[in-house]
Design a protein around this ligand. Structure first.
Ligand SMILES: Nc1ncnc2c1ncn2[C@@H]1O[C@H](COP(=O)(O)OP(=O)(O)O)[C@@H](O)[C@H]1O
Ligand SMILES: [Mg+2]
Length: 423
């Protein structure tokens, strides 16, 4: 993880905490970690102070009020059906595998029965304790309807695990780009963009701003109602202190195709870097194309390079819109969203809008429903439907052979019987 100061928490959180130690109360003589720059929130930099003598119990006591549960590995085995790859695996990123789990109401007092997602650090992977800790510290203290809720964590020996509320529709990347799925309709896309924008806006407007740093479709999770929440705070950073304009990071972290160009060039990180990444996701929502796609012709592989200049031209926008939307969007809404994406993707960080302004614009788009062309599904009239059904049964009885049945079945799956559409 790139940070201006080396995070030395691994030395403060020795790897060998037994479950008992991890749940024990802090000893009175142990030093408490006191946030340095904000009385409200404990920051990663507070914990990287070499003078700290932080233990896991300090961490849990510092996060008191956050209601985080400290799980044991044994409990997590029960929750995830022994980390069953075939039955419970739901995803994977740089941190490690993610499993769906279920917490039984009898597991522990104060914890209701619920589905959860359990993210397990891959001990062979490129991420580690720092990313785990960043998630615990940020999500342990920040609560918002558009941030995924961290329920608890586990820190046993070298194992690092995070337990979140379960998001039934997985990540936006899958929802938007999965081949065999119904295309997300226009208003749902804008609702998702608005939810994610509210999450980022909350982070940026905090008393001590937080830079998310890895905003991308795969880190936007959706609940059963398509409510968007930001997840994956492994690369999150505290914003600049006082009147400083940026934080300088040792390593450039983020995901290719989403990272702001000035951050790549200078290592200077600001909340505006998140705004750029948001612009990329907005462009993905408009075009249905991935930010980087090696399967496309060379000049179309980088979405931003291919589409950015077209966003300014209202007459050309239709050319880059996701064909799977089939023209079913508000023309006015698309023009406003395209202009917004163009501004977020500005090469000048200062020219990008703040996330609070992005939220307002997206809210206005969601109100522009009137001119969305709707396509009507032609429903077969009941009588006709009944007659067809009777004929099918009669045919089947009369012929008594599978051929007829197969032919009918084939006709349906070929789509020749699928409902017709009309404007
Ligand atoms: N709370 C959750 N509910 C449902 N799926 C989740 C949840 N958290 C993570 N996932 C799935 O696991 C993937 C990886 O999770 P993420 O937190 O982004 O991990 P990483 O830090 O490894 O990138 C997500 O893209 C998503 O598909
Ligand atoms: Mg991720």
């Amino acid at each position: 993880m790139g940070s201006s100061k080396k995070i030395t928490l691994s030395s403060f959180l020795p790897c060998c905490f037994t479950p008992k130690e991890s749940e024990s109360k802090p000893k009175p003589e142990q030093k408490r970690v006191v946030p340095s720059s904000s009385p409200q929130r404990l920051s990663i930099l507070d914990l990287s102070n070499p003078g700290s003598e932080l233990s896991i119990s300090d961490l849990s006591s510092s996060l008191i009020g956050s209601n985080l549960h400290v799980f044991t590995l044994d409990e997590l085995r029960v929750i995830t059906n022994n980390f069953s790859y075939s039955g419970n695996f739901i995803g994977e990123g740089g941190f490690g595998a993610v499993y769906k789990g279920f917490i039984h109401h009898k597991l522990r007092a104060g914890l209701r029965a619920q589905n959860v997602a359990v993210k397990v650090l891959d001990l062979e992977g490129s991420q580690g304790h720092k990313e785990w800790l960043a998630e615990v510290i940020f999500l342990g203290q920040l609560r918002h309807p558009h941030l995924v809720k961290l329920i608890g964590y586990c820190c046993e020996k070298e194992q690092r695990v995070l337990v979140y509320e379960y998001m039934a529709r997985g990540n936006l990347d899958n929802q938007l780009f999965r081949r065999y799925s119904i295309a997300l309709p226009w208003l749902k896309r804008m609702k998702i963009a608005l939810g994610a924008a509210k999450g980022l806006s909350f982070l940026h407007e905090e008393n001590k701003p937080v830079i998310f740093r890895d905003f991308k479709a795969a880190n936007v999770l959706l609940d059963s109602d398509f409510k968007a929440k930001l997840s994956d705070f492994g690369f999150a950073r505290d914003g600049p202190d006082g009147d400083k304009s940026h934080v300088t990071t040792e390593h450039i972290l983020g995901t290719k195709g989403y990272v702001a160009p000035e951050y790549v060039m200078t290592g200077h990180l600001t909340t505006m870097s998140d705004v750029y990444s948001f612009g990329v996701v907005l462009l993905e929502l408009l075009t249905g194309r991935r930010s980087m796609d090696k399967n496309r012709p060379r000049r179309e592989q980088s979405l931003v390079e291919w589409a950015r200049h077209l966003l300014r031209n209202p007459r050309k926008i239709d050319l880059i819109m996701d064909p799977r939307l089939d023209g079913e969007y508000s023309g006015q809404g698309v023009r406003v969203a395209a202009t917004l994406a163009y501004q977020c993707l500005s090469h000048q960080p200062k020219s990008r809008p703040k996330m609070s302004a992005v939220v307002k614009t997206l809210e206005s788009i969601l109100e522009m429903k009137d001119d969305i062309p709707t396509k009507f599904v032609y429903v077969v009239p009941k009588e006709e439907h009944k007659r067809d059904r009777v004929n099918q049964v009669k045919d089947h009885k009369e012929n008594g052979n599978r051929l007829r049945h197969n032919a009918l079945h084939k006709r349906i799956s070929n789509g020749s019987d699928s409902p017709r559409y009309q404007r």
